[in-house]
Design a protein around this ligand. Sequence first.
Ligand code: PMP
Length: 421
Amino acid sequence: MEEQAMNHLSPLLVQSSGICAERGEGSWLFDGEGRRWLDFTSGIGVTATGHCHPKVVEAARDQVGKLVHAQYATVTHPNMLRLTDRLYEHLPRNLDAVAFSNSGSEAVETALRLARQASGRPNIIAFTGGFHGRTLAAASMTTSTTKVRTGWQPLMAGVSFSPFPHSYRYGWSEDETVDFCLRELDHVLMTQSAPSDTAAMIIEPVQGEYGYYPATKRFMQGLRERCDRHGILLIADEIQAGYGRTGRFWSHEHFDVRPDMLITAKGLASGYPLSAVAASRALMSSGAPGSQGGTYGANAVACAAALATLDVMEQEDLVGHAASEGAYLLERLQALRDRHDCIDEVRGMGLMLGMEMVKAPGQPDGDRAAALLKACEQNGLLLLRCGIHGQVVRWLPPLTASRQEIDQAVDLFQDALEETR
Ligand code: PMP
């Protein structure tokens, strides 16, 4: 039945595993034939509280019978209002207004629109390797791969790119890389996007799709300083790295900077479609009434799930758990790197870790990463990869993953390393 149904699914919706999941529970996925997988992809970082956390399920189930949809241009609902208050407790103090939508890309579009409306300036500076989504504006600011950019140009005008501190790729020290990147940013401001034309800089403080690269404090502070000097807005795309994933509530907190706008999605509602942009009230009021949002944003069930997600995060200290278990996972992956020449670097923060697979130092090996993932899948572990060559094995377990599950996953990966030698 599934095979027949697949015939009608767009072939461009790449399905990297052969799994057709019927049920999820905690860190586990189950198919209809009695097989199970330890899911260390979390639906690309979405099911941060694990699959079907009982408290999230209960909240969503309860809400379905009360109210599913109320369009916020017409009426509000208590879950949405409660959620804005609860989010405010976690947001930087300068961000006191929230706008909801359904997906990461939509929220990126909202942030871009706001930045242009508030500043009256046309241009955006984005950073090499950044991923911001697949819609036109988001794809125009994305350079993690050419895939989302190719074949439907012209993309949105007004975007310049400046280098992100990929020390590993450049083969330079962190300091050399940051010096280079900040010099290039000044050059971009002098040659491509004059400050008086630049509305915003948009950055993932920890890059996801390009290969799990954290920025550095000096780099992020360099951006903040230039934004302040020139009246440019700093937008943190926290869609993948935010919401506890890196062991702090927001990934920008690692770098002691405050963004002027923050975009969140993925972990926000444990899998119910919900995204948000946070900004100051003044900034958030720059457009015309009705220019923000859409029909479905802030769905009442998604907001109920988001409130329960925050309860779970607080009650189970998932941010602290991501920090401690992330440090443990990092240690175990680094031990594997020390024993296997095919792993060149392990990097990332919290439970957002990437492993660079190589043929020889500095020579990316996407084929090995693909073979590893296949072997893992056969052994009952689901992992993803990323990077331009698909060479980075990414570890993105639910924030609820137990020490025992982490050990089990690393052991299964180790078996796959032996099997794919
Ligand atoms: N920004 C980042 C950092 C992301 O990781 C993603 C999704 N991988 C997006 C934006 C786009 O989100 P969505 O797929 O929900 O549109």
